[in-house]
Structures are given as C-alpha cells and as structure tokens.
Design a binder for this molecule. Structure first.
Ligand code: NDP
Length: 321
C-alpha cells in the first residue's frame, strides 16, 4: 500500500481524501516512479470540481518528478534509479505513480527534483504558446494575464528572451513585484486593462493575447488586439468563457481566435523532448527562473487547491509526499 489523494466524486477542495491505496504494478512500457514532488495545476481543480468530466473515484495529478523504482517489460530508455519528470502522468498525487515510459522526461543532473516537478506542465505550456500557437517575433507586443502565476512567470521570461514587449495583469502589489522581476514591461491591474493597453500601444493594440484567466478577461482581451491580431484563450481560472458569436471577430478587426490545449502540442516524442530539453537547458544556464511559491504536504492537497483557486498562490504550487 501507499498514500494517495483520492477524488471520490465531483466537489470542492474538501472532497479530497488522503488514503491508503494499492501499490500499482508497472505493465509493459510503464515505469513505477517514487514521487519526490508533485506539481499542482489548474486542470487538477477542473477535474476535481467536474468542469472536466471524469470517472470517479480517481487519483488526480498529471505532473511530478521522482525516481524510477521498477521499469516494466520493453522499457529500454530508463532503468531503476533514473530521475524522471512528466507533465502527462496520471495519479501524481501519491507516493508512487505509474508512468507511460514514452511520457517520461529525463531530468538533467543540474536540475533539482523540485524544479523538475514544477516546470513540465506550465513550462511546456508557456513554450508551446509562444513558439507554436503564435510564434512571437522580436519587437512584437504581447498581453498575457495573471503575470505572477505559474504559466505567467514562465511565459513572461520566454517572451522577454524573444525580444517582445510584455504587458501583463495581476491582482496585488506582491504579484506586481514578481511579474516585474520576471521582466514584464508593464504590469496592470485588471480593472480597465483594455483601455490601458490601447494607451501603451499608441492606439494600435497588441499582436497577441495569451489569456488563461478566461471568463473575466475574455472581452477585454479581444478589445486589446490590433487588426488581425491573435486571441489565444488557454484557460479559465476565473471561469469558462460562454459560447461565442464568431461574427464578433469581424467587428473587432478580422481577429484570429484559438483555444489550444497542451495535449495537441506534445504530439510526438520528438516534440515533447524538444520542449522539455529547451526549458531544462535554460534552467541549467540560469536564464529561466522557476519560482516555487508554495510547497504543501501531500496530505494537505485540499489546502493547495483552495489557495490556487482563491488566487493566493504565486508561481508553482508543489505537493511533497
Ligand atoms: P496560476 O498560477 O496562473 O493561477 C491562476 C491565476 O489566475 C491566479 O493566481 C490569479 O492571478 C488569476 N486569476 C484571475 N482571476 C481569477 C479568479 N477569478 N479565480 C482564480 N484565479 C484568477 O495557474 P496556472 O499557471 O496553473 O494556470 C493558468 C491558466 O493556464 C489556467 O487557466 C490553466 O487552466 C491554464 N492552463 C492551460 C493549459 C493549456 O494547455 N491550455 C496548460 C496549463 C495551464 P491574479 O490574482 O494575479 O489575478
């Protein structure tokens, strides 16, 4: 047996149970990983609350880092004792997890297990958004929301490395200082942000908006774009955006709208390893700071969810068994 967090049915953070569960046995092409740290992500809250339909009961969590303790048949790339991380596991809120070997990322020597658990999901999201969804060019101006959040801090740093001007939004003074330290050129509050973006861009609007806040910011984000600009809605921290009249894209300036998800940007081993390698290399080179804003014992996963949903966190939230 080992300890894990179980979601028995859809509900609030209080629904999470810390329980003894059976130790899983790796099948062919699977790894049994002793978890060193688990990454908490917004998607975990959508799955817990029922925003994304799930089969109950289940052990949440797709992001973790740890050590291989048993490699299943046919696994050639990893062996016992190797350090691995993933953004695409299942059941990561636990002491031990099974991991499809094709979804395992080798952790370089110079990267701690905490950072390896903190980076994959939010890091590869930031990476695909600015390299693949909208390949940002030097000199472009970008609006990205929640600039002190997990994705926000990483995305801002990647955008600055590309030579973009970054405008971001935050809700508190503490978050403003963090977003500015990550390199954001202009840190705004949400109230009236679209008007402020127009002023900052001399009336033109930004080239692209990366919006993970969703319901509360969507309309303002559309109004912040230049003609033919790109609206990238990648999440709904404030709630999901209701059905949308496509005609509005015409009225607002022949805009583009996309709603990407990380699954479609990790389509092959090459794509997954490319994104992870670039991020880990930046960490090792000291050009990407991964802020771990809070670490909770695994047993207190409910508190981690409350704080994440309650806008109390900055950077990455980790659980440790
Ligand atoms: P964050 O660390 O960014 O936390 C969310 C932040 O959103 C909060 O800290 C808060 O910052 C801001 N926010 C604004 N309004 C609200 C609200 N009403 N309730 C809660 N938070 C609010 O989380 P992540 O970095 O993990 O994720 C950011 C977004 O990216 C999420 O929507 C997530 O679903 C999405 N995502 C999408 C992926 C994809 O592939 N599509 C992959 C990974 C994440 P502040 O207080 O400053 O406003």
């Amino acid at each position: 047996m080992h300890k894990a967090i179980v979601v028995p049915k859809a509900g609030g953070p209080e629904i999470l149970r810390y329980e003894d569960v059976d130790l899983p046995v790796p099948g062919p092409n699977e790894l049994l990983v002793k978890v060193a740290a688990t990454g908490v992500n917004f998607i975990d809250t959508y799955q817990r609350s029922g925003v994304y339909p799930m089969k109950y009961p289940f052990i949440p969590g797709s992001e973790a880092a740890g050590t291989v303790v048993q490699a299943g048949l046919d696994v050639a790339a990893f062996s016992d004792g190797d350090r691995v991380a993933t953004a695409e596991g299942g059941g990561a809120y636990s002491e031990y997890m099974l991991l499809d070997a094709s979804k395992a990322l080798p952790v370089p020597r110079g990267v701690s297990s905490e950072v390896a658990a903190a980076l994959p999901l939010q890091g590869m999201t930031a990476h695909y958004l600015c390299n693949s969804t909208y390949p940002v060019q030097s000199g472009e101006t970008v609006l990205t929301h929640a600039g002190a959040g997990g994705v926000g801090l990483l995305l801002t740093q990647l955008l600055k490395a590309k030579g973009a001007t970054v405008i971001t939004t935050v809700s508190t003074d503490e978050k403003e200082a963090l977003a500015a330290a990550a390199g954001a050129d202009h840190v705004l509050r949400y109230d009236g942000f679209a008007d402020r973006v127009r002023e900052l861009t001399d009336g033109r609007g930004v080239d692209v908006v990366f919006d993970g806040v969703g319901k509360a910011t969507f309309d303002g984000s559309l109004s912040s774009l230049r003609p033919r600009g790109m609206m990238v809605l990648f999440g709904g921290a404030s709630g999901q955006v209701p059905p949308f009249d496509i005609q509005r894209l015409n009225a607002l300036g022949s805009l583009y709208l996309t709603r990407p998800t990380i699954r479609d940007y990790l389509l092959s081993a090459e794509e997954r390893q490319w994104r992870a390698r670039e991020l880990f290399e930046m960490v090792e080179a000291g050009t990407l700071d991964v802020r771990i804003g809070a670490t909770y014992p695994l047993a207190e996963a409910a508190r981690a969810h409350e704080d994440l949903e309650g806008r109390k966190t900055t950077g990455k939230v980790l659980l440790v068994p």
